[in-house]
Unconditional design. Sequence first.
Length: 201
Amino acid sequence: MRKTKKRINDYFIEETYEAGLVLQGTEIKSIRNGRVNLKDSFAKVEKGEVFLHNMHISPYEQGNRYNHDPLRTRKLLLHRREINKLIGYTKEQGYTLVPLKLYIKNGFAKVELGVAKGKEKIRQTGRHEAERSAARNRAGVPRAAKAVERQAAERAFAEGGSLKHRAFGGHCRFGNGEGMFGSSRQAGSFLASLCTENGMG
């Protein structure tokens, strides 16, 4: 059983199917002689059927007028339930149908068809998700920190702490509590707002 394989380093293969191949003229003779190239080939579901595109079958040397276009589109033969599954896959983003190998089985040409997802696509999706997660974390930290600072300051006021404070480079100390701010201006503004809220402004 002669096999013609395609490089699949760029894909993760989720599932495979064995499909028959509709040929014309002398194409089967060229396949038996190994005159086939699967590079750049792919399959598509069109009007409820599956077709193979860009598979190159070299003209048979003695075929003359019986030869056909080497890159013509060729129909693949699958069971209806298999076609329905492939339709479902192709509706999902990132999936493609890739012919993995071509071989002769019991006198007939067969194609091993893979349901594949590009590795680069998966890597990009992972990077984007990581960036979104990091952005959410960065946005959440300042809000959480400010809430903690305010709770500490309010506790200090409740315990009768002094309003005298020092603010150097964003570090503010007062009475019974202390906090960290983005700048001394923020520290001063924060304490001023507390004074106003407590009728001490």
